[in-house]
Design a binder for this molecule. Structure first.
Ligand code: NAD
Length: 354
């Protein structure tokens, strides 16, 4: 079969090195010739932020960060940037913190240097999100892509195991969904396969010992690959389901992804033999479902949506919201009955059935 595809690689500088974040950030601030730096980090990320910014002059620290970037928080942060004549944004933290920096960049055009401390992967995408009146809007704009990402696994040592597992499986979801997402191609599938391998190596090491630096490095490397693959391939069935659940019922982002993933994999795998083979090979197991199942068992992964705030009575409405946004590229047709069964199983935490 002939090979033909269109692939877009987003332009970004990546500096990866444990214990190097403060030096790398100082070099990036100098490279930008930045004079007025705004550092965005939530209160729980402030200790890490102080450590990373010790070699730069900071004009203003901004810690008013909330999940899913409420519009009021975005507007407040934009005002701080404008009032202080900021010329460089530095975000240090998880996806919520990166998301706030993106919201500021969206309207101001300011460059971002991102220093991620979870495995959410927002730093490697040009996707922004804002929440207004309980509705989450997302969009794509190259202005919000951080020009530089600084990865330092030392900064993730404080991320509790439970959050590390959920966040790492959010990265795993980017990889697996990239195998059949609307713009999937051989390049993002190759990145996704290596991301699966790295996350499947790193997460059990973190579960055994949260201070295992080599495990943290593998997880961070896998998270970056997962996000690059996802940014290129777009949202597949899994992301469409989680976007609806997170937006409509305010479920926690990483835990929702971690819980729903095995059900989408079990649903799609029989209809996507090439993807199934690649995922299984990346896990080093007989089948993809087996590989993800064994990893999840070893991690004591999030299991049931009922534990994270989804009420069973909300499932029919969720089905109605998801059905119209199911990607045409999905390897298997998806009916309302299929979605209902998938959500009921994920709600209860039943064993995913093929
Ligand atoms: P989060 O940023 O809300 O962080 C979860 C918690 O972990 C927070 O309390 C945070 O303060 C804490 N934390 C972060 N790093 C820590 C560390 N090293 N030590 C101790 N605590 C730490 O959650 P998240 O899962 O990283 O991000 C979720 C958000 O990111 C969602 O809003 C989601 O929509 C967005 N997201 C966007 C994209 C994109 O491409 N735009 C991709 C993935 C996720």
């Amino acid at each position: 079969m002939s090979v033909h595809f269109e692939h877009v690689t987003l332009g970004q500088r990546v500096l990866f090195g444990s214990g190097r974040a403060a030096d790398n950030l100082a070099a990036e601030v100098a490279r930008h010739a930045a004079r007025r730096v705004m550092v965005i980090a939530s209160r729980s990320e402030s200790a890490v932020a102080e450590q990373v910014t010790q070699r730069i002059d900071v004009t203003v620290f901004h810690d008013d960060v909330a999940p899913h970037v409420p519009i009021a928080n975005a507007e407040a942060a934009r005002a701080v940037a404008t009032d202080n004549a900021i010329d460089l944004l530095v975000c240090i933290g998880g996806g919520s913190t990166t998301g706030l920096a993106k919201a500021v960049a969206l309207t101001t055009g300011l460059p971002i240097v991102a220093v991620p401390t979870t495995y959410a992967g927002s730093e490697a995408t040009n996707v922004w999100g804002l929440t207004e009146a309980a509705r989450k809007t997302t969009g794509v704009d190259d202005k919000v892509l951080p020009g530089t990402v600084i990865y330092d696994a030392h900064l993730t040592l404080s991320l509790p195991v439970e959050l590390s597992v959920a966040s790492g499986l959010n990265g795993m979801a980017h990889c697996i969904d990239s195998m059949w997402a609307p713009r999937t191609d051989p390049i993002n599938r190759a990145l996704a396969a290596e991301g699966i391998r790295a996350l499947a190596t790193g997460l059990p090491a973190i579960k055994d010992d949260p201070r295992d630096l080599a495990g943290r490095e593998q997880a961070l490397y896998g998270a970056y690959l997962s996000a690059v693959a996802f940014a290129s391939a777009g949202s597949g069935l899994h992301h469409k389901i989680c976007h609806v659940l997170g937006g409509a019922y305010d479920l926690p982002h990483a835990h929702t992804h971690a819980t729903v993933l095995p059900y989408v994999l079990a649903f799609n795998a029989p209809a996507a033999p090439e993807a199934e083979h690649r995922i299984a090979a990346a896990f080093g197991t007989g089948t993809a479902v087996e590989g993800l199942g064994a990893l999840r068992a070893s991690l004591d992964a999030p299991r049931a949506l009922k534990d994270y705030g989804l009420d069973e009575t909300q499932i029919p409405e969720a089905v109605e919201l998801i059905l119209p946004v199911v990607p045409d590229s999905n390897p298997r047709p998806v009916t309302a009955t299929d979605l209902d069964a998938l959500l009921r199983a994920a709600h209860a935490g039943d064993t995913p059935s093929l």
